[in-house]
Design a protein around this ligand. Structure first.
Ligand SMILES: C=CC1=C(C)c2cc3[nH]c(cc4nc(cc5[nH]c(cc1n2)c(C)c5CCC(=O)O)C(CCC(=O)O)=C4C)c(C)c3C=C
Ligand SMILES: [Fe+2]
Ligand SMILES: [Fe+2]
Length: 363
């Protein structure tokens, strides 16, 4: 069925791309995930042979069980990995938004590592008649380590297809006004509920982004500048002055220098300097995950309180904030301009069938 492309409805699809997460919070599942992730030459740029020895001989044996314990501490009862749960929810709600607005757009989620794989997501869309494909990464700031790696994987899969879809990509949306408005809404709704920090008294608003080796920045990765711009735009939209907000980088991996200032030492320093309250938010992570829930909401909180801080407020990621779903749909619509957002009318399909019959009779 549906072998003849003339006989099927041709559809537009939006594929959300994210990193991926272990299938379970166990050393075995975490090891398989880390092996795939850290073997990606886009992520670690050390010469392959040397890296293979370090990864298999040192990192995987040590890190798999340490990370598994951390994953176990954030695993959601019934729902599993927060990254998977919120990414799926975002795909579902974006799809519903399109259909509520009368558009037929296929929406799905693909993970760069683990499941659902990019290959299975693309094949699923193809089976539903996808002819036009928009790739929308759940990375607002572009980095070769994340965005480019996800695109590479899509290109790799498509390179095996005879009949490829039309293709468009969203490179980044770090300064998109709807994204900034969603971030602002997320912060303000927490301040409305919990009270605002007192900046006159020295309270601080910290925006923590995932880090990257400094070498990547020096080689031309735009990620650092895009994080700083998101931070500035969010700070401005909240009416904050320079010094009231701080942009930091977390999740350093290995011994090399990464983007600075690092989140953990900054928080410790603030506490030691007498800052009583910090509100911390991770604008670069659209979904809560290990890096936000364990490293920021738990570990960094402990350090702040241990070093004399009194009040540590973690503001959750965008997750299923309706303003975020609206931002995703705005970004998608901008890039879908000119593409059909419905299936062909019965008239069009009938014409297709006539052309197909004609072609058959001539062959
Ligand atoms: C060289 C190592 C790493 C680079 C470079 C890197 C870049 C990078 N990562 C994200 C987003 C996420 N990373 C997550 C987890 C994670 N990241 C690394 C290493 C690098 N990341 C590791 C080893 C791990 C696994 C956890 C651990 O063992 O510490 C996650 C969370 C995944 C989850 O399952 O919850 C996200 C999200 C970005 C945006 C980025 C570069 C810009
Ligand atoms: Fe990471
Ligand atoms: Fe920069």
């Amino acid at each position: 069925m549906n072998q003849n492309p003339h006989l099927r409805a041709s559809k537009t699809a939006v594929l959300l791309l994210n990193l991926g997460t272990p299938s379970a919070p166990t050393p075995k599942a975490v090891r398989a995930y880390l092996k795939e992730f850290l073997s990606d030459p886009r992520v670690v740029e050390i010469p392959r042979f040397i890296w293979w020895i370090i990864l298999n001989g040192i990192i995987l044996p040590i890190r798999s069980s340490a990370s598994a314990k951390k994953y176990a501490s954030i695993w959601l009862p019934q729902l599993g990995s927060p990254l998977m749960h919120y990414s799926r929810l975002q795909a579902k709600e974006l799809g519903e938004k399109f259909s509520n607005e009368g558009n037929t757009v296929l929406v799905d989620l693909a993970m760069r590592y683990g499941k659902p794989s990019t290959q299975e997501a693309l094949e699923g869309l193809k089976a539903q008649g996808m002819e036009r494909l928009l790739l929308l990464p759940l990375y607002p700031q572009y980095s070769a380590t994340t965005t480019a790696s996800s695109f590479d994987e899509v290109f790799r899969v498509l390179s095996t297809w005879r009949d490829q879809p039309e293709l468009r990509l969203v490179k980044h949306y770090h300064d998109n006004s709807a994204y900034i408005a969603a971030l602002r809404d997320q912060v303000l709704s927490h301040w409305d509920k919990d009270g605002q920090p007192d900046f006159e008294k020295g309270d601080r608003f910290v925006m923590s982004f995932h880090g990257l080796p400094k070498r990547n920045l020096m080689k031309g990765d735009p990620y650092h500048c895009e994080c700083l711009k998101t931070g500035r735009l969010l700070g401005e939209s909240l009416g904050l002055e320079l010094g009231q907000y701080i942009v930091t980088f977390q999740s350093r991996f290995g011994k090399a220098e990464w983007l600075k200032p690092y989140t953990a030492p900054t928080i410790e320093k603030l506490a030691k300097e007498g800052c009583q309250r910090i509100d911390i938010f991770c604008p670069g992570f659209p979904a809560d995950c290990l890096e936000t829930l364990e490293e920021i909401a738990m570990e960094a909180k402990e350090s702040f309180l241990d070093h004399g801080g009194r009040d540590y407020r973690y503001i959750p990621c965008l997750n299923s904030n309706p303003k975020w779903i609206e931002a995703l749909s705005n970004i998608a619509y901008q890039h879908l301009l000119g593409w059909s957002l419905g299936t062909e009318s019965p008239d069009e399909l009938a014409k297709c069938n006539e052309r197909a019959e004609l072609a058959k009779s001539m062959s």
